[in-house]
Write a protein of this length. Structure first.
Length: 620
C-alpha cells in the first residue's frame, strides 16, 4: 500500500514543496523492541481525557502511546537553583529523564506494543557546558540512548545555523573542532521534523517535514515544526538560506497531503510553540492541569484541521495538559516543562474501521531525581543542593554522561573570578525590567571592548540563562568563587562581541524598539544597559515616544553625535526584533573571543557585587 501511495503522491503533487514528504515516508516505522516489559503495573491515565466518539458508536479499537517531552536543552545534569524542582520535587537531568521514559515505555507495553517517543524542539542549544562544549553531540547521544523517535525542530536547534543542525541529524565530525571525544559522531537516530523551515532557493524543507507510524492497522501522521518567529530569536547569520513559514497553513497543508494520498485520519502535531497556565501565587498549578490557559499556541490550535487530535508543544518551558478547540473539534495539547523534568504520557485510542481518534488522554509524570529524608522531605547537602538518588539513573545514559563530564571537568571547574553575593538574572516584580546580572553583563561587554572605544553596551535579557550564586556549586569551589562552568551556564551561546557606531538618534530608535508597535517589534524586551547610561520610559505612551531622558554619564544624548555601542552579534544582526541595531554594520569592530570571555574577564578583574538598579526608570 505504501509503495503505491508514494507513486500516486509523486505523480499528482502540484505543490513542489510537498514532494520532499515522500522521503519522510521511507520506511513506515513499526514498533521497536526497545525496553522489554518490566513487569510494573500500568497506572490509569489522568486527568485530561477527551472522547471524540461515544462508546456505543465505536467499532473495534486499538490503543497506542506517545511519550513526549520538550526543551531538553542538553540537560545532562539536573537543573539547579530556582529551577531545580517541579512544585517542590527535585527533577530533571538526562539520566532521570531516560529512566522515566524507559519505565513508562515498559509500562505502556503491557497494554499496547505501539509506543513512540516524541519531542517538541529545543533538545539542543542554550545547553550547559558539558553538552555545549561538544556542540551538543552529548545531548544527541543521550536522546539516541533513551529511544527518541521523532522531534520537531525548535528555535535553539538553529543556534549554530542550518548546516550544523543538518550535521547533527546526519552525522560526521565538526568541520572545525573535529571529533572532539576521539570517536566518530554518527548523528541522531531519531528524525528532526521541520515542515515550515524551507530552503529559499528550492522551497523544500531542509529536513523531513512529516513521518508516519503504525498503530495496529492504522497509520498515524506526524507533522513537526518550529514557531514562525524563530528568525527573531536566533542569530540571523546562521539561517540566511532558509525561510520560516506560518504554522497553521503548513500544518494543514501536510494534513491534507497525509489524508488525500495515504488516507490518514489521525494526526499529531509536534510544534515548538506553547502557552502557560495562569495561576497566581500562592496557588500551585498541577503539572497535568490547564488552569486559565493562555498563550501563542491557542490561536494555532484553533486553526488546525480536526485530524490533529494531539498537539505536543513547547518553547514556554511550562507544563500543562489541555483540551483546546481546533477548527472543527478539540485537540489535546501538552507540554512537559524543560530540562527533562517531566514526561507526558499520552494514550491514543483509534477506531480500526474509520482510522480516526476516538479518545485521547494525557498526564505529565515528574522525573524525580532526589533522595527523601525519613520525614518525607527532600534531602539536601550542607550547601543547600538537593542530593541525587543514584538508583534512579539510567545506566546507559549515565555512561554517556560520565564520559563527557570527565572530558569537560578541567574546563568547567576552573576558577575564573568571584562575586560578593548572589547576582540574579531575575527582574524584580514591578521593576523597570532591569536585572542585576543584566547590568553586570553589559558592564563586562563594555569593559571588554574599551580598545574599540566602547561608550555604551546593551544586552538582551533572553541571552541570560541562569543566575550567579554565591554558594559553592557541585564543582567544589569555595563560596563566592565562580567557575567557568557557571559562567558558561549564564551565557551559553558563544556570541561574538561587536562594537559599532550609532548616532544619538539611532540609539533612541533602538530603545524605542524595545516596545511593541515600533519598527516591527512584536514583543516587549527591555535591554540591559551599561553603567553611566540612563533613560526613562513610559510603555503606555504612543509608539515612538515612549523613551525619554536618555543620558550618558549625566549628559543628555546628542541626536546628531556619534557613539560607540557594544552588543553581542545576535543583537547586532537584528535578533529579538532589534533591526535598528543593524544600521551601524559598516562600522563594526569584532572583539576577540566570545561574550562568555567578556564576562569571565570582568569577574577575574575584582570581586563583583550586585549593582544598584538605577539605570532604567519606568514612568508608566
Amino acid at each position: 500500500m505504501a509503495h503505491l501511495s508514494r507513486l500516486r503522491l509523486a505523480r499528482h503533487l502540484a505543490v513542489p514543496a510537498l514532494a520532499v514528504a515522500v522521503v519522510a515516508l521511507l520506511p513506515l516505522a513499526r514498533p521497536s523492541s526497545r525496553d522489554a516489559d518490566s513487569g510494573e503495573r500500568w497506572t490509569p491515565m489522568s486527568p485530561v481525557r477527551v472522547s471524540y466518539v461515544s462508546a456505543d458508536r465505536r467499532g473495534p479499537t486499538v490503543t497506542g502511546h506517545l511519550l513526549g517531552f520538550n526543551d531538553f536543552h542538553g540537560a545532562i545534569d539536573p537543573p539547579t537553583g530556582s529551577g531545580a524542582t517541579v512544585n517542590g520535587t527535585p527533577a530533571g537531568g538526562a539520566e532521570y529523564l531516560a529512566a522515566t521514559v524507559k519505565r513508562l515505555r515498559a509500562e505502556a507495553r503491557r497494554t499496547s506494543p505501539y509506543v513512540y517517543t516524541v519531542a517538541a524542539g529545543d533538545n539542543i542549544g542554550a545547553s550547559p557546558l558539558v553538552s555545549a562544549a561538544f556542540h551538543d553531540e552529548p545531548a544527541v547521544e543521550v536522546l539516541n540512548a533513551l529511544g527518541l523517535d521523532l522531534t520537531s525542530v525548535g528555535n535553539h536547534e538553529y543556534d549554530e545555523g542550518v548546516k550544523e543542525l543538518e550535521r547533527l541529524q546526519r552525522g560526521g565530525c565538526h568541520p572545525t573542532d573535529g571529533c572532539q571525544d576521539g570517536t566518530p559522531f554518527k548523528g541522531a537516530d531519531y528524525q528532526w521534523l521541520a515542515a515550515n523551515v524551507v530552503n529559499k532557493s528550492t522551497g523544500l524543507p531542509h529536513l523531513a517535514p512529516i513521518s508516519v507510524r503504525w498503530v495496529g492497522g492504522s497509520l498515524v501522521g506526524f507533522v513537526g515544526m518550529t514557531l514562525k518567529g524563530t528568525p527573531g530569536i536566533v542569530n540571523p547569520a546562521g539561517i540566511t538560506t532558509v525561510e520560516f513559514k506560518e504554522e497553521v497553513a503548513v500544518a494543514n497543508q501536510y494534513a491534507d497531503l497525509l489524508k488525500r494520498f495515504l488516507g490518514i485520519k489521525s494526526m499529531v502535531l509536534l510544534i515548538h510553540q506553547g502557552g502557560s497556565q495562569q495561576v497566581t501565587s500562592p496557588a500551585v498549578p498541577d503539572p497535568s492541569s490547564c488552569a486559565s490557559f493562555a498563550g501563542d499556541i491557542t490561536p494555532i490550535v484553533a486553526g488546525l484541521r480536526p485530524e490533529f487530535g494531539v498537539v505536543v508543544s513547547g518553547h514556554t518551558h511550562r507544563f500543562y495538559s489541555c483540551e483546546l478547540p481546533n477548527s472543527a473539534g478539540t485537540s489535546v495539547v501538552t507540554s512537559a516543562g524543560t530540562n527533562g523534568q517531566l514526561v507526558t504520557d499520552i494514550e491514543m485510542t483509534i477506531d480500526k474501521r474509520t482510522h480516526k481518534f476516538v479518545e485521547v488522554a494525557a498526564r505529565n509524570v515528574v522525573t524525580e531525581n532526589g533522595v527523601k529524608n525519613t520525614d518525607g522531605t527532600w534531602a539536601k547537602d550542607a550547601n543547600g543542593n538537593f542530593l541525587q538518588n543514584p538508583a534512579g539513573k539510567d545506566p546507559q545514559v549515565k555512561a554517556i554522561a560520565d564520559r563527557y563530564r570527565t572530558a569537560v571537568a578541567p574546563i568547567a571547574n576552573r576558577i575564573v573570578g568571584s562575586i560578593t553575593a548572589n547576582i540574579v538574572r531575575d527582574v524584580p516584580t514591578g521593576g523597570s525590567g532591569e536585572s542585576p546580572l543584566g547590568d553586570v553583563i553589559a558592564d563586562a561587554q563594555k569593559a571588554y571592548t574599551q580598545a574599540a572605544g566602547a561608550q555604551i553596551a546593551f544586552m538582551n535579557p533572553g541571552g541570560i540563562r541562569a543566575s550567579l550564586t554565591y554558594a559553592n556549586s557541585p564543582g567544589g569551589e569555595a563560596p563566592g568563587q565562580v567557575t567557568y562552568g557557571e559562567v558558561f551556564t549564564v551565557q551559553p551561546f558563544n556570541n561574538l562581541v561587536v562594537t559599532q557606531t550609532l548616532t544619538g538618534a539611532q540609539i533612541k530608535d533602538v530603545l524605542e524598539q524595545q516596545f511593541v508597535g515600533f519598527g516591527g517589534q512584536t514583543t516587549q524586551r527591555i535591554l540591559q544597559v551599561s553603567a553611566g547610561f540612563t533613560y526613562s520610559y513610559n510603555a503606555t505612551a504612543p509608539a515612538g515616544s515612549r523613551v525619554s531622558s536618555i543620558a550618558l554619564n549625566g549628559v543628555p544624548l546628542d541626536p546628531a553625535a556619534s557613539y560607540k555601542v557594544t552588543t553581542n552579534d545576535f543583537l547586532a544582526n537584528g535578533g529579538d526584533g532589534f533591526t535598528n541595531l543593524t544600521v551601524g554594520k559598516e562600522t563594526r569592530v569584532y572583539a576577540p573571543g566570545f561574550d562568555v570571555d567578556a564576562l569571565e574577564a570582568y569577574l577575574a578583574a575584582a570581586p563583583v557585587s550586585p549593582p544598584p538598579l538605577n539605570r532604567i526608570t519606568k514612568l508608566g
